[in-house]
Design a protein around this ligand. Sequence first.
Ligand code: AMP
Ligand code: MG
Length: 301
Amino acid sequence: MRELLRVASGDAVDLAAVDPRSTPGLPDRQVTGEDRKAWARTQVELLGAGLGRHQEMLFASAKAPAGPAPSGPAAGRRVLLVLQAMDSGGKDGTIKRVAGAMNPLGLHIRSFGPPTKRELAHDFLWRIRRALPAAGYVGVFNRSHYEDVLVARVESLVPEATWRARYDQINAFERELADDGLTLVKVMLHISHEEQGKRLLARLDDPRKHWKYNPGDVDARARWNDYQAAYAEALGRCDTDAAPWFLVPADRKWYRDWAVAHLLRETFDTLGLGYPAATFDVRRERERLLGTRGPVKVNGR
Ligand code: AMP
Ligand code: MG
């Protein structure tokens, strides 16, 4: 899936060439319709269990054992899933279903909204650096520094020269993270204009979903083509081997979850994780444990 969904780097990715309803990589022996969906949902649960095991190994290897501290990239090993999408593109749903399969203890989930006054007083990567997962953790970013070449560009929040210079800044930043042991998995959830319309309407038509609706979403929707162009260029310019971009067709939620779970699973596999060896004499500790006596009696009780 990492090969199949990886974008082609260059000036701009051809988003229009990827059908948001398509299901690349889904084994075609799978029956159609509801059954396909049920199959994918079951697979996500199975994959989720595997993700959980890998996450535990990552967490365990970062628990500093006694002795000399390890150095080099392996010392700060962590994973960061970056999720970007248009409004209602499924970022929250993916976090719930895919990240939700892992142990909350080892997760580090952050969302990025419009920068605060304090954040604006710094460069755009400042708040991102502060939100990075520590060694041993799996981080998930719901939006990211890419907003600074997406909304910032479409809404002309900064001059063109400023957002253009950010592609190189982002690439240098991500290279630095990779060298520091952070494995990036950047995913754009690709939905169609039509599907977004349906999802936003569903939010309006169900009072239990009003909290998810933001009138600003319609303004962003009105600039759909501008956003697609901004995404296309950001993905093309910032797809590197150190920090690849993946394009996941996301009109079908079950496929989206299945694909992202696979991407994470394959990413974990490249890390060659294992459980760390004990830093104590296991046999001796066993003897000591079995040799412990019951509670000491006080005053004969
Ligand atoms: P939501 O993800 O629905 O909570 O919306 C978050 C909002 O914050 C979106 O409208 C984003 O475009 C906006 N946002 C996130 N990062 C930035 C940024 N760096 N500059 C401006 N707006 C941003
Ligand atoms: Mg929103």
